[in-house]
Each structure stands twice: as C-alpha cells, then as structure tokens.
Design a binder for this molecule. Sequence first.
Ligand code: FAD
Ligand code: NAI
Length: 493
Amino acid sequence: RRGLQTLGRVTLITIVTTGGVFYYITQRERNPGPQLPHDPSKKNVVVVGSGWGSTAFLKNLDTSEYNVTVISPRNFFLFTPLLPSVAVGTIAPNSILQPIRYLTRHKDRKITVIEAEAKSVDPIAKTITFADETEVQGEVSSTTIPFDYLIYAVGAETQTFGIPGVKEHACFMKEIQDAEKFKRRFMDCIESAGFPGQREEEIERLLHMVVVGGGPTGIEVSGELHDFLEDDLKFWYPELAQKIKITLIEALPSVLPMFSRELIDYTVSTFKESKIDILTGTMVKEVKEKTVVLQMPDKTIKEVPVGMVVWAGGNKARGVSIDLMSRLVDAQKNKRGITVDDHLRMAGTDGTIFAVGDCTSTQYAPTAQVASQQGAYIARMFKQLAKRDALLEQIMTVQKEGGSTESLEKQLTKVENLRPFHYSHQGSLAYIGSEKAIADLEFFHHKFSSGGVATFLFWRSAYMSTLFSLRNRVLVSTDWLKVKLFGRDLVRD
Ligand code: FAD
Ligand code: NAI
C-alpha cells in the first residue's frame, strides 16, 4: 500500500511539475518583455519575406547591432512540409502558421514588421519600394525606404511554363490559400457528383483528380488524397468513393528524381497498391475547364475529362526578382533565380544585398533545409560584419585625428576573412500515403534509404521537432489525434 501511495505521489508531482513548466513557457511566449528602440547609429537591415530563409535569419540574428525591418505580404510563417496535410483536412490551416510577431517581439531590439509586397529593389540607390495590396488600405499604401543591408528571401512562385489554362483552371500547392481552395474544390466535385440525375460519365469526370508533377509536392498531395479517400470518404460517400480516381502525371521518365532508385521503385509500387495511376513521360499541354490535354509518351495527344487538376510543376522566379536581376544584367544572367557568391551576396552588388532560399539559383535544391541554413549562416555572418563596420568607423576616426591605424587594420583583416556558406544535407523525406514515408538519409557520410511505416513515424517526429513553435507542436499533435478519433472534416467551407 505504501508503494502505491509513493507511486501516486510521484505521479502527481510529475504532472504538476510538467504542467507548471508548460504553463511557464507558454506565458513567457505570450508576454514578451520591453524591447530596445531602434538606434539611429546602427545599420538598417531590411528583411524581405517571412518564410524559411527570413525566419532563420531573424531567429539567429543578434539585434543589439542592427535596426531591423521585415517586409512581407503575409504576416506569418508557413510550415510548407505539412501543407498537403492541410489540403485534405488532416491538419487545420492555423496549426502550421505562426504570426511573425511571435518571433520579432522576442528579440532584444524592436523589429518593425510591415505587411506589404516588395515591388522593386534599387541595388544602386539601396532602396526598396513596397505596397500594401490587401483588401483594406490606409491613406498611404505604398512607399520607398533605404537600407544598409538587404536580406532578400521572397521564395519562388509555381512554374506553369505558360501552359494555357493552368492559372485559370488548376489549383496550386504553395500557399495556405491553395490548400484551402483545394479542399473546397475537392469536396465540391464530390457533392456535385452526388447531385441527382448526374450521368455516369459526368460522375466519372467529376471524380477524376489529376495531379501534375511527380516531384515531392505532387507525390505528397496524391498520397494525402488517397488517405482521405481510404480513411474517410469510403464511409461517408460509399457509392461515390469507389469511383474516385487519382492520376499523377509526370513529363520525365521517372517520378522523384532527387530520391534513390530504390525509393522511387518503392513509391511506384505503393501507389500501384493504392490504385493511384502514374503516367510518366507524359506532358500536360493544356488545362481546360473540364479536361486536360496530354501528350503521351508516343507523342499522341489525348484529352482526358477531369474534375480537378492540382498543379505542382516546380518553381520559377517571382516578378520582383526578375526586375531586380534585370538591374544587374551583367552579373545576373541566370533566369532561374538570383546568382550569389559563396557568402550569399548577390552578384553584381557591393555586398550589401544577400539572397537566400528559393529565390536564388545555386547548386542546392530549393528546399526549406537549404533556405533555413542559409538564413542562419547570414545571421552569424552579421555578427562579424558588425565588428567589421565598427572597426572601419574607428579607423576613419583615427585617420582624421592623424593617429596610427596599424593594429586596427590587422584586426580588420582578421574580421574581413568571412567563412563561405557550407550546406549540411540532413537527408530527404517525403510522405507517400497509407502511413508510409520515404527517407534518404546521411549519417556520418554513410547513405541510408528507408521506406515504410517506421519511416512514416520518423517523418512525423522529424517534422514535429522542426515546427516553428511549441504552439504549432501542440496544435499539430492535437490535429493528428482528432483525425484518429473523429476522422477528417468533410465540411466544404
Ligand atoms: P518561402 O518559405 O516561400 O518564403 C518566401 C516569403 O516571401 C513568404 O513569406 C512570402 O510571403 C514572401 N514574399 C513573396 N513575395 C514577396 C514580395 N514581393 N515581397 C515581400 N515578400 C514576399 N522543403 C523541405 O526541405 N522539406 C519539405 O518537406 C518540404 N516540403 C514542401 C512542401 C510543399 C507543399 C512545398 C510547396 C514546398 C516544400 N518544401 C520543402 C520546399 C520549401 O517550402 C521551400 O524550399 C522553402 O519555403 C523556401 O524558403 P524561402 O524562404 O526561400 O521561401
Ligand atoms: P519539382 O520541380 O520537384 O517537380 C515538378 C515536376 O513537375 C517535375 O518533375 C516536372 O518534370 C513536372 N512537370 C512540369 N511541367 C509538367 C507538365 N506540363 N506535364 C507533366 N509534368 C510536368 O517541384 P515540387 O515538387 O513542387 O518541389 C519544389 C521544390 O520543393 C523541390 O526542390 C523539392 O525538393 C521541394 N519539396 C520538398 C519536399 C520534401 O522534401 N518532402 C516536398 C515538396 C517540395
């Protein structure tokens, strides 16, 4: 009995202590303290964007040396790896978003956050022009400000190759609005297929879901769609669910070219079991309201009826990046993105503009891993730049007074020796549906591939640990639990 009493007491103390620590952390997060004001003697850093690259920079930056302004059309960070889960209602949209102020309000010095879209950057005058393009605008909705340093991280937009009808008729999978639109349209197709008197061919058309692009986005969307069908729709729409057809179309001879052959084969066989059709070597030539036009591997043209098309055709540079590159035409010849040097300084500038993430064109794949490592690298480099700038000022003062600058210059040489960016690849992970994931990992220079249910648990734990905040972790794990208990939401909102 005494043993039971002790166990009960230990359990109670553990629960109370854990609850207390959890409460303390959440309250500290919710109630940020006062911040230092902007200091006119410090350099002004403008950060463009609030995605992976920008937030990694902001998280790691020591603000005691800089005045920082963030400009982004969305006032939050989006955790893209779980976006396909939002599209089918496994996760609620807000669970993978984090307001950017939750980060900036915790820095030592105040950071100004402006919800606006960068319209142009003048790399010579060192100014940026931006505009508020939201529904509600004040008397002033466009302005230009100067910068000493610019961290340019606007990401990329979806590549459509100018294929007719894509923008008008397809759904993308890049922003939170895309996932919400996907869910609405998908449920609309099902409800319309159930409308009384619908012809059989029309039902088949409405229930044919086409995913274009066999990169990781297309694969994850197809896998999630299949889960929704198997776990939920089969029970709530028994007559219609069996008629839902998912087709993945890829122009190249294989899907997932960035993964090992073994994992590509594993994905293809899992999709076969899941009854997801993969058409490789097939190119989408046009998207119409009710059909897609395909060029088959034998070059014949086929028009296929569809209810919904999801377009995951890769990345292309945003208009504002193309405009910026065109101002430095001699150094910026690569149309795919901004060319940077080993220190991520934009080629053709005097080293005051840094570009990171999907807006750049480098040897690295456009991934969150790369963008966040680049952002963190620049923040570390800014510590050294602050020292360099302070030394330069000291040297100028001493020179004016006619003193010797020898020792200061020696220090300057050391500080100016900046280490180049080095990317450390942590591996590639993707969810392929049916509670299976694939992973190409690297441990101590040894490559290791795995696929299946255990990898799915690893996938979940890896993303759980990389989510932005404790709040996101709590919300996402609650969503996963809710789906296990009650299934996915069928509401078309
Ligand atoms: P983003 O994160 O896209 O951020 C760009 C920011 O710039 C945004 O805040 C945007 O609002 C802002 N912006 C846009 N235009 C302007 C403008 N004119 N002015 C100012 N700001 C602007 N990568 C992985 O490593 N692992 C994954 O599992 C993974 N899964 C993914 C799943 C999906 C569905 C998608 C679409 C991508 C995924 N990626 C993944 C890729 C990853 O999301 C990108 O590589 C990453 O977002 C790039 O970071 P970034 O900072 O360059 O751009
Ligand atoms: P992607 O560039 O990887 O793949 C797009 C695919 O669409 C290409 O294979 C291309 O051949 C195909 N395509 C383009 N036009 C076509 C057409 N007309 N007809 C048929 N096929 C066509 O793009 P994705 O998947 O959006 O990924 C973008 C970046 O984000 C990649 O670098 C990727 O690594 C990263 N990402 C990583 C994820 C992960 O690690 N789990 C998940 C999602 C994205």
